[in-house]
Design a binder for this molecule. Structure first.
Ligand code: DGL
Length: 257
């Protein structure tokens, strides 16, 4: 079982930003990435819809014999991770969490903007994070559902995208953000655009490295790390077909950045 693949999935191509970090940390493993671009975005759907779609993709990966699964999507994690862990108690299931902890700890008393999908921001999982950290910083929720489609189309530096992001930041008032949490896995691909709108003082945070480390820890705990005797492979699948798969490869290799 140790030399089997790790499954990684997202509503679309955003999770490729997580896969990149995981591959860097554990270069010898095999990976199957599944992007559900046909059904993206998830972040503006009902919880029932998100759960149903997430469950289907999870099952698709399980059928391919994966030894662990990363839900490389904050939206799907916040809706489905608990139920999936209960349904598959023997499989390590690792999710995403908006990186509020490091953002607040490193910007105590400052202004921390959390960009994410509307679903992520309205779920109880997020409310818990707010309860935990809102004494230590001013935390501002910034729903940003409009970014996902640009990333899905590979339009990472589009003028319309820049205007959209600038518009979001113009609504938070005069005091600039000290930190911006990228609480959606699509957002690291447009980090430059976000940085430009947030201002040079703002530090950006995402949960990708944290998730990669957590995956390694959980796999080690269950003795699931590969033994290095087989070649690492990366397979990318996408429900929307050929064009999205090609775009995903370009994001993975950095050809599109
Ligand atoms: N990449 C997903 C996330 O991390 C959301 C994108 C979507 O709305 O489908 O939340």
């Amino acid at each position: 079982m140790n030399n089997g693949p790790v499954g990684v999935f997202d509503s679309g191509m955003g999770g490729i930003s997580v896969l990149r970090e995981i591959k860097k940390l554990m270069p010898d493993e095999k990976y199957i990435f599944y992007g559900d671009s046909k059904n993206a975005p998830y972040g503006t759907r009902t919880d029932e819809d998100v759960f149903g779609l997430t469950h289907n993709v999870f099952q698709t990966l399980m059928d391919k014999g994966v030894k662990a699964v990363v839900i490389a999507c904050n939206t799907a994690t916040s809706v489905a991770v608990r139920k999936l862990r209960a349904e598959y108690p023997d499989v390590p299931v690792i999710g995403m969490e908006p990186a509020i902890k490091p953002a607040v700890e490193e910007n105590n008393g400052g202004r921390v903007v959390v960009m994410a999908t509307p679903v992520t921001l309205r779920r109880p999982k997020f409310a818990k994070l707010m309860d935990k950290y809102s004494q230590d910083a001013e935390i501002i929720r910034m729903p940003a559902p409009g970014i996902v489609n640009y990333v899905e189309q590979g339009r990472l530096h589009d003028e319309g995208l820049k205007e959209y992001i600038k518009g979001l930041f113009s609504e938070i008032g005069e005091r600039p953000a000290d930190a911006v949490v990228l609480g959606c896995t699509h957002f690291p691909f447009v980090a430059d655009e976000i940085k430009e709108a947030a201002g040079p003082q703002a530090r950006l945070y995402n949960g990708n490295l944290g998730t990669a480390r957590e995956l390694r820890r959980r796999m080690a705990e269950k003795d699931l790390l590969c033994d290095g005797t087989e070649e690492s492979t990366v397979e990318i699948l996408n429900s929307a077909g050929e064009a999205q798969t090609e775009l995903s490869w370009k994001l993975f290799t950095g050809e599109l950045s």
